[in-house]
Design a protein. Structure first.
Length: 291
């Protein structure tokens, strides 16, 4: 294939909760260690996005020419007219003109991996379900933490997906979604103070903040509220939103990941908070229990 810009943006079905799909190979690219990056026109496999790697890659297999190839990684890739990059090697931001952003499936190199070949994607459904539970729990926990810290701002600050002062949005340094849980790291440094967050109560009464956050989470989980992924399109880079019909008002958060379809799929979501010794970093560990 001479012009990479001819690669179409991948149509992704994982936001709808799909775990299987059938597509055709539109690009192959050599990778290290006898592996090949395979780009399909459509896929159910969720890729890790190196620009914000909160939810990791799905596990599963590609079946092509009667051969099942284990997926070793799924990564966001990008190509322009002359080059193709995978993961953190991508030199441009999403939306840069002339670049197509696609899903790259990393599999062992195989003779069956030919342009145009039909490929069946099968995602490990149990692992996906565990990540989806972890991701929804992560969003709920961020909203509950924001609510618990809403009185600790001395300045006007942007609202979160419920319109509450967005501590999560202002302080987040990294977020990692795991099976039935997540770990979020927040910076409590000078720049957060400048934006108006007074961390004194959080540091002095961490247990009370945990209790308030967990009480809010218990109320929300008990509501069994519906969760929907609102999509502005079906391509990899189309804007998508996690939307949850919480009893005290609908919440909406921009999100490219996968989620449960209802809080009724969860029996509990709880957080633990840990502040480091010099009070400059807060770690929130969120745990979800399946219903
Ligand atoms: Zn998300």
């Amino acid at each position: 294939m001479s012009a990479h810009s001819e690669i179409p943006e991948t149509i992704v079905s994982y936001p709808r909760g799909e775990v299987t799909s059938t597509g055709h190979i539109v690009h192959v690219h050599p990778a290290n260690d006898g592996q090949t990056v395979v780009v399909l026109d459509t896929t159910a496999a969720h890729p890790v996005d190196s620009a914000w790697p909160d939810q990791g890659a799905d596990r599963g297999s590609l079946t092509v020419g009667g051969r099942a190839l284990p997926i070793t990684d799924v990564v966001v890739c990008a190509g322009d007219g002359s080059a193709f990059f995978a993961g953190s090697d991508i030199p441009v931001k999403k939306g840069t003109e002339g670049w197509a952003f696609v899903v790259g499936h990393v599999v062992p190199t195989d003779a069956a991996l030919q342009l145009g070949a039909e490929v069946a994607v099968e995602v490990d459904p149990a692992y996906r379900r565990a990540l989806s539970a972890g991701h929804t729990a992560c969003h709920l926990a961020s909203l509950a933490l924001n609510a618990a810290l809403a009185e600790d701002w001395t300045k006007e600050v942007a609202g979160d997906g419920r319109g509450v002062a967005n501590f999560d949005g202002e302080a987040i340094a990294s977020s990692r979604i795991g099976e039935f849980g997540s770990v979020d790291v927040y910076r409590l440094g000078k720049s957060l103070k400048k934006r108006g967050f007074d961390k004194a109560r959080l540091l002095a009464e961490t247990d009370a903040v945990v209790a308030a956050t967990n009480a809010q989470l218990a109320e929300w989980v008990a509501s069994g509220a519906a969760v929907d992924i609102r999509r502005e399109g079906d391509t990899l880079t189309a804007r998508r939103f996690w939307e949850c019909a919480l009893p005290d008002g609908a919440a909406s958060i921009p999100c490219g990941g996968t989620h449960v379809s209802s809080l009724a799929e969860l029996a509990a979501v709880t957080v633990a908070l840990e502040v480091n010794d010099d009070g400059t970093e807060l770690v929130m560990r969120t745990t979800a229990v399946a219903a």
